[in-house]
Design a protein around this ligand. Structure first.
Ligand code: PLP
Length: 393
């Protein structure tokens, strides 16, 4: 028998147990995971209809209310990534033939648009260049003019680094009889999302960014106004998996719907418990301080932030690539040091770096460490003003 034939019959002989390389995840997500979250994932699983599983999900729901900033009774965790949260929101609340108004200022509002189109909605978009936010008055005038049934916006637009305030959008939408879906995929856990104070009806998120656990879960919360809308829905949701009426029975009446991952829910429980122990407000403040330290550091290197001050996401910084610098070379130099960051895409391809400072990495020491490596990587590709800014605060 030739050695090749042996390879085909005994693959285990060639494959060893996993040893992922150590990385510092300074990209837009997934972010770094706390050791306690990994420990929680090692615990033995229980069945998805076990009373212990219900205790875990009940506590997860309770803690999610704190980070969402809501008193909504309806809080679920979708088995899926952030896009699963988006699809849940869109498929349940956008009915065929309904009108949807989208605040369009980045890649993820485009994805929401695409999902709404696939539900057979009529779309109206208020377009802005990537990196800008939509002003209160223009949002209100747009909604008054379009009179949609659903308004959608992205609170923390990961493709641009811009944070969209939502109070004016929600007020105008409610005046027009619409409900509001907000994407809080990047903000939840790292910044105050303020669902109730803002007036958001449906907010969804993910697990791998501000909440700092592995990808695979999508928390979502539904206001009483949106719940009424769901009850009144005339056509069944074309998606069975994301049908909130069925998921309500799973979470409420504990009727089997699908086999949710106990290990991921343990991770979510531990990640949320870490936030509760630190205090949600303290955590948001830690992210804000790290962001300010980061901005000061990159500005000291002569670099420019892409988004105007006052509209920036704390845990996802977008820095303009300086003239003459090849962003891919900088990213690859950092990667060789074990540090992951991301570049821009769409209209911002080659123009920005996207650098996440979140979860366990949002500390003074880690920001200094990052700035040191970033400065070195920029210098290595010929950027002149990349003096080390590691001591700045
Ligand atoms: N919405 C926003 C704002 C995001 O940043 C992302 C992912 O980066 C998504 C939605 C989609 O989430 P996922 O990649 O977890 O499906």
């Amino acid at each position: 028998m030739s050695p090749n034939a042996l390879d085909k019959t005994a693959p285990a002989a060639q494959i060893s147990t996993l040893q992922p390389p150590p990385r510092l995840l300074f990209g837009p997500g997934p972010g770094q995971v706390h050791a306690r979250v990994y420990e929680a994932m090692k615990q033995p699983i229980v069945g998805h209809l076990d009373p212990y599983f219900f205790k875990v999900t009940n506590e997860v729901q309770e803690m999610l209310r704190v980070v969402f900033g809501t008193k909504n009774e309806l809080v679920f965790v979708i088995s899926g990534t952030g896009s699963g949260g988006m699809e849940t929101a869109v498929s349940n609340f956008v009915e065929p033939g309904s009108k949807v108004a989208v605040m369009a200022n980045g890649y993820f509002s485009d994805r929401m648009t695409e999902m709404a189109k696939r539900q057979g909605a009529q779309i109206a978009r208020l377009e802005k260049p990537w990196g800008e936010v939509i002003g209160d008055d223009e949002a209100a005038a747009f909604i008054r003019r379009e009179r949609p049934q659903v308004v959608m916006y992205v609170q923390a637009e990961t493709s641009t680094g811009a944070f969209q305030e939502g109070k004016a959008i929600c007020a105008a939408a409610h005046d027009a009889g619409a409900i509001v879906i907000a994407d809080t995929v990047t903000s939840l856990g790292a910044m105050p999302v303020k669902v109730d104070e803002t007036g958001i009806d449906v907010a969804y998120s993910c697990s791998q960014k501000g909440l700092s656990l592995p990808p695979g879960l999508a928390p979502i919360t539904i206001s009483p106004r949106a719940a009424e809308r769901l009850q009144a829905r005339k056509t069944p949701n074309s998606s069975w998996y994301f049908d909130l009426k069925l998921l309500h029975d799973y979470y409420g009446a504990r009727k089997y719907h699908h086999t949710a991952s106990a290990s991921l829910l343990y991770a979510m429980h531990e990640a949320l418990l870490l936030i509760m122990e630190e205090g949600a407000e303290n955590r948001w403040e830690r992210h804000r301080r790290s962001h300010l330290q980061f901005v000061k550091g990159v500005e000291a290197m002569g670099l420019q932030m892409h988004v105007a001050e006052g509209h920036r996401i704390f845990n996802l910084n977008t820095v303009r690539v300086p003239a003459g610098v090849d962003d891919a070379k900088v990213r690859s130099a950092l990667f060789n040091d074990g540090i992951e960051i991301a570049g821009g895409f769409g209209p911002l391809a080659g123009k920005i770096f996207r650098i996440g400072v979140m979860g366990p990495l949002a500390t003074e020491g880690n920001v200094s460490l990052f700035l040191q490596h970033f400065g070195k990587a920029l210098q290595a590709v010929g950027y002149q003003r990349a003096a080390c800014a590691c001591a700045t605060r």
